[in-house]
Design a protein around this ligand. Structure first.
Ligand code: MLT
Length: 409
């Protein structure tokens, strides 16, 4: 008899963004003429930067001739891309990361989801609340979380991110083994200072723990004082794996290219306390289960680091930050409190009522899709996330409609 992995039965309903898409499409079906503006899922709307498109085309052209055609590439990514990443994203900022510590992949969602495979199922996990649901759900699937009771999984240590702590969780009062952090944060848009990030690195060192650091929104940081990478922090190389993506940085959500940094100095332990290189384990996993990102896509990603590409990417990110500034301005004028939107594309709004109710109101009356906070965890109750990924015109009309609807209440 074929049997299932019963941990799947512990998952809560469907994946958040699928649930929202279903609700929106059911509403649209009933109201086909109602204009809907999507500020829900963080999906980019603007074209790839011209430098990336040009390199993408060249990559495709090379595939069209026997002399330049390429079959399987290195699973870890082509050296031309890994070298550019190491140089531009790390070494230029004083972070000691080498090209062979970089693993190119098709997305940070998959990498953050897959990384937990390297660890024992009885380790103690610390996961922020609210959180990008992938970290939690993949650990549920793997059987690390225990049962769901009273809105939370029994075996997880939740790191509450609330107005009281500026949406940056406090250090755990007890020892944990694996810690998920994401800055600039999804969903709150909060950022972390160097000093606070250093306390997390020190905590991990003291507890022989590992930090999985999701920096997918790093390109949105405009405040020079903020760290863009955990490897800018002393000791980070020993205790952290970092995830980065071209999705939000350069509009690659549909093109698919990201990378994960696993420093060679990062270790984990077996049952007898012996040290093992996480780089070696991840390399084994990656080369067994993944066949690399396509050559033209890696050429397109490489162009992000060309002189023209750098300028175009900055302009692209500035465009979305302009939307975020407009959302902040309008929500403030309406009397809401919020965090994010300055060094992040997300604005986390205290909606002063039930979040799903507010989500429904904005969808059905204003035609604006947001993301209800409870979808990211218990601490998300009373909040909604507004994404700045859309055209400026759409964001402007979404804000006008919200103003009308709330003004009429
Ligand atoms: C989000 O809206 O949180 C993101 O788009 C999800 C993702 O990047 O997978």
């Amino acid at each position: 008899m074929i049997r299932i992995n019963e941990n799947y039965l512990k998952l809560q309903s469907s994946y958040l963004f699928v649930e929202i898409a279903n609700r929106v499409s059911a509403f649209q079906k009933q109201n086909p003429d109602f204009k809907i503006i999507r500020l829900g899922i963080g999906d980019v709307t603007r074209a790839l930067p011209p430098a990336c498109i040009q390199a993408f085309h060249q990559g495709v052209e090379e595939m069209a001739s026997d002399t330049t055609f390429r079959g399987y590439g290195p699973e870890q990514g082509y050296a031309f891309l890994r070298e550019k990443i190491a140089q531009n994203d790390y070494q230029s900022r004083g972070a000691d990361i080498n090209p062979d510590e970089i693993f190119v992949s098709d997305g940070s969602k998959c990498d953050t989801a897959n990384m937990q495979e390297l660890f024992a199922t009885d380790i103690r996990l610390a996961i922020p609340d609210p959180v990008y649901p992938v970290y939690l759900d993949t650990n549920v699937m793997a059987g690390r979380t225990g049962s769901f009771d009273g809105g939370r999984y029994a075996k997880i240590l939740y790191l509450d991110s609330l107005p009281q702590n500026g949406f940056v969780p406090d250090l755990p009062a007890e020892s944990v083994d694996l810690i998920y952090l994401c800055f600039p944060n999804n969903p709150t848009g909060a950022t972390i200072s160097r000093e606070i990030l250093k306390t997390w690195v020190d905590f991990a060192r003291e507890n022989r723990a590992l930090i999985l650091y999701d920096a997918a929104y790093e390109a949105f940081i405009r405040d020079q004082r903020l760290p863009r990478s955990i490897y800018e922090i002393e000791g980070g190389r020993e205790v952290a794996i970092e995830f980065r993506s071209f999705s939000k940085t350069a509009g690659f959500t549909g093109t698919r290219c990201a990378f994960t940094v696993v420093p060679k100095s990062c270790m984990a332990y077996d049952n007898s306390g012996q040290r093992h290189s996480l780089h070696a384990l991840w390399n084994r996993r990656h080369s067994t289960k993944f066949n690399g990102v396509s050559y033209p896509v890696q050429k397109a990603a490489e162009a992000v680091y060309s002189e023209a590409g750098k300028g175009q990417v900055r302009e692209l990110v500035d465009y979305y930050l302009g939307n975020a500034a407009l959302i902040r301005q309008e929500m403030a004028a309406l009397g809401f409190e919020f965090v994010g939107g300055e060094n992040s594309p997300y604005i986390w709004v205290n909606c002063k009522r039930d979040a799903w109710e507010f989500f429904d109101l904005l969808l059905k009356k204003a035609g604006v899709v947001t993301t209800p906070g409870p979808g990211f965890g218990k601490c998300g109750q009373g909040f909604i996330r507004i994404s700045a990924f859309n055209s400026y015109e759409n964001v402007k009309s979404a804000m006008l409609k919200i103003k009308e609807v709330l003004g009429a209440l």
